[in-house]
Each structure stands twice: as C-alpha cells, then as structure tokens.
Design a protein around this ligand. Structure first.
Ligand SMILES: O=C1O[C@H](COP(=O)(O)O)[C@@H](O)[C@H](O)[C@H]1O
Length: 254
C-alpha cells in the first residue's frame, strides 16, 4: 500500500495559523457530531493549546457541548502546576467555553499525578479510555499534537523504548529527557488508530526539525511514526516552514 504523505499548510503568521486551524477544527467537529453525535479529541501540551485557542475559544459555530476532551500526554504534576498540560488547555481553552460539560473533560487523575506515580496514572487513564470507548481500542476523531525540537510528539521521545510499546494504550514514562521526568502518554496503537492527526507547530526554532520530518521520512522520528487511519496534517507558520521545498506545502482550502 502506498504511504500517505502528510498534508502541510503553512500560514503567514501566528494569527493566520490560528484562524486556519480554527476553521479546520470547526469542520472536523461538525462532521464527527453529524456522524455519531460527539467529537472525541485528545490534545497535547506545550505551545499547542495557545495557538489552538486563540480563535477557537471564541468560535460560536462549534457545538462544544458535544466535545469530549482527553490529553495526548500529561506530566505527573498537580492540575495547578505550571507544567501541567491540563492547566494549559484549561486556561487557554476550557475557561472560555463553559458549554463543555465537566464530565466531558477527562484529565489525568490528580492523586497519582501529585504522587508522581506514573504507572498508576497511566493505568487509571487507560481505564478512563476503556470506559469511554467501551473496551475497544480508542479511535479518537481528532488528535491535536505538538512537535518538540527533537521530533518528539506526545511523550514519545527519539530512541526511547516506549516507541515500541504495543500492549498498553497509555504508558508511563519516568525518564523523560524533557522535564518533568514522570509523565504518561498515549502509545502508537492508540495514536495510529485515530481518525485524523493534526500537528501544530510554529517558529524559527522548529524549522530544521519540520524539514527533516516532512522531507526525510527515512529518519523514523517519533512524529514520522504517526500513521493514523485518515490523514496527517501539519499546520505551521512560515517561520517553521522556512526550510521546506515549495512542493511540500499544499494550498489551504476547506
Ligand atoms: O513536553 C511536551 O512537549 C511537546 C512539544 O512542546 P512545544 O512547546 O515544543 O510545542 C508537547 O507536544 C507535549 O504535549 C508536551 O508534554
């Protein structure tokens, strides 16, 4: 079977990137809700939540009351800690959208996180997924992922044994090269059973890695191992796209 190439959209600046992403997410949400009544989405931390929320948090055309929000990875810290991916998504998105029912927001368990018990937190999060997806391998409508400067996504780091995890849906990590060391992450069986994956990244500091990931597939970096059921999209700004060949980018149209 032919390998599907990622679809790359490059935008003039941060504002244009957020607007383009907003329209795309609105469309994915509308289609998922029309198809099965809800949108299941897992979101990363890092720089993504702010870029995502800039426009989406004020979008009145999205049926947020039908959203179920999960985390693609999380750090084992309290929900009030500045390192918490939950806190970042809460502040930038959830606090502006009261329509999302509290029971539709699915963060990591606080007690395990505060105790830095990554194994307990991963096991408990897997239970949350089992309840929501009725014991079937999770099939998110949408994964919104960031990309670290080393090419990591979720908390799946280059060269780490977790890249080969096949049995757990959510895995603990206690030696993350990027602090904090204790985290949990979705694994590839779940990531690659998603319907759509959207990578979002911006800035000059990401341009070398974006070029490698898009134009040197043989590197087998963590972001390159993401092969969902549907397409992989990249939403980036011109600064992050600076080293890409023109042919690597597509015209953005919905
Ligand atoms: O540690 C993490 O880093 C990545 C990338 O973050 P960024 O700030 O370079 O965008 C993020 O996607 C992941 O969720 C987070 O835990």
């Amino acid at each position: 079977m032919a390998t599907k190439l990622p679809i790359v959209y490059s935008f003039e600046d941060g504002d244009a990137l957020s607007s383009g992403l907003d329209r795309f997410v609105e469309k994915v949400s509308r289609e998922a809700i029309a198809d099965h009544g809800f949108l299941s989405v897992a979101i990363s931390g890092g720089s993504l939540p702010k870029i995502l929320s800039k426009k989406l948090a004020y979008n009145k055309n999205v049926q947020f009351d039908k959203w179920h929000i999960f985390w693609a990875d999380e750090r084992c810290v309290s929900h009030e800690d500045p390192d918490s991916n939950y806190l970042e998504v809460k502040r930038s998105l959830l606090d502006h959208i009261p329509q999302i029912p509290q029971e539709n927001i699915h963060p990591i368990d606080q007690a395990y996180a505060v105790a830095k018990n990554a194994d307990g937190a991963a096991t408990e999060y897997e239970q949350q997924l089992k309840r929501f997806f009725k014991d079937e391998l999770p099939s998110f409508d949408l994964l919104l992922l960031g990309m670290g400067p080393d090419g990591h996504c979720c908390s799946l780091f280059p060269g780490h044994p977790l890249l080969d995890e096949q049995s757990r849906w959510v895995a603990p990590i206690t030696d993350s090269p990027k602090p904090p060391p204790e985290r949990i992450t979705l694994t590839y069986p779940v990531v690659n059973n998603s319907q759509l994956v959207v990578f979002v990244t911006a800035g000059d500091g990401k341009k070398d890695m974006v070029q490698q990931i898009i134009e040197q597939p043989e590197k087998n970096l963590p972001c390159q191992r993401v092969k969902p059921v549907g397409n992989v999209y990249w939403f980036i700004d011109h600064a992050a796209a600076a080293k890409l060949r023109k042919e690597s980018c597509s015209e953005y149209k919905l």
